[in-house]
Design a protein around this ligand. Structure first.
Ligand SMILES: O=C(CO)COP(=O)(O)O
Length: 277
């Protein structure tokens, strides 16, 4: 089964209602590949969800950036999965590294959230990714496998899950480990340290981690789930690097932060056609 290219825009904690309307107006006027080619989902902060949903073109969809782990109730400040369903919000991002790091969301907690959101009928963009320290110590694959395992243990159906690989060191930093960039390190840096860093990056280019995640799904869930689940990449994706990244095997789309607030998000959506060629 072909995996449809997926482009998510995570607006994080940004924007005023005026700015949000401007972004939506730019998106609404854009000529992009059809829904058969690319699935586009934008994720504004909670308070702007109804506004964005009401003005956004009908071939693009919306996602919340989080939801409560269980049924709503006496949980001040939280928003429940039922509320999102009530407002016909189809998607939710869960396990983003900013929440894992800043709000101490554990693997277990994220797994519970994913399971509960799915049980209520939401579709989930589940995020995994290693820190720079973990990457440099060689534990990238073990870390993302552990994060994926915590989700896999709690769910039995992956149809409504998109897995987002977002290395923490690549988020908002302009650093992306494409094979070309890693290769550059090796050819230009003869110092042993740089050589080692270059090799590490090359060995763990995005394509390698995506392939490892797919293999993990095959070995631990099923061949069908591995073949059909979209594994998207997030971390400093922009209008300039999206085509090269989209061409990587096992990269089925993107979760875009900073660039999703800018017109270049349209170029990122268009990079879906790279997969068609
Ligand atoms: O965290 C991200 C998307 O969820 C990525 O953020 P940037 O695209 O700003 O690096």
């Amino acid at each position: 089964m072909a995996r449809k290219f997926f482009v998510g825009g995570n607006w994080k904690c940004n924007g005023t209602s005026e700015e949000v309307k401007k972004i939506v107006s730019t998106l609404n006027q854009a000529e992009v590949p059809s829904e058969d080619v690319v699935e586009v989902v934008v994720s504004p902060p909670f308070v702007f969800l109804p506004l964005v949903k009401s003005v956004l073109r009908s071939d693009f969809h919306v996602a919340a950036q989080n939801c409560w782990v269980r049924k709503g109730g006496a949980f001040t400040g939280e928003v429940s999965a039922e509320m999102l369903v009530n407002l016909s919000i189809p998607w939710v991002i869960l396990g983003h590294s900013e929440r894992r790091a800043l709000l101490n969301e554990s693997n277990d907690f994220v797994g519970d959230k994913v399971a509960y959101a799915l049980s209520q009928g939401l579709k989930v963009i589940a995020c995994v990714g290693e820190t720079l320290e973990q990457r440099e110590s060689g534990s990238t694959v073990a870390v993302v496998a552990e994060q994926t395992k915590a989700i896999a243990e709690k769910i039995s159906n992956w149809d409504n899950v998109v897995l987002a690989y977002e290395p923490v060191w690549a988020i908002g930093t302009g650093k992306v480990a494409t094979p070309a960039q890693a290769q550059e390190h090796i050819s230009t840096c003869f110092h042993y340290v740089y050589f080692t860093v270059g090799r590490a990056l090359q060995n763990l280019s995005i394509a390698v981690v995506h392939a490892e995640l797919r293999k993990w799904l095959k070995d631990n869930v099923s061949a069908e789930v591995a073949a059909s689940t979209r594994i998207i990449y997030g971390g400093s994706v922009n209008g300039a690097n999206c085509k090269e990244l989209a061409a990587q095997p096992d990269v089925d789309g993107f979760l875009v932060g900073g660039a999703s607030l800018k017109p270049e998000f349209i170029d990122i959506i268009k990079s879906a056609t790279v997969k068609k060629n």
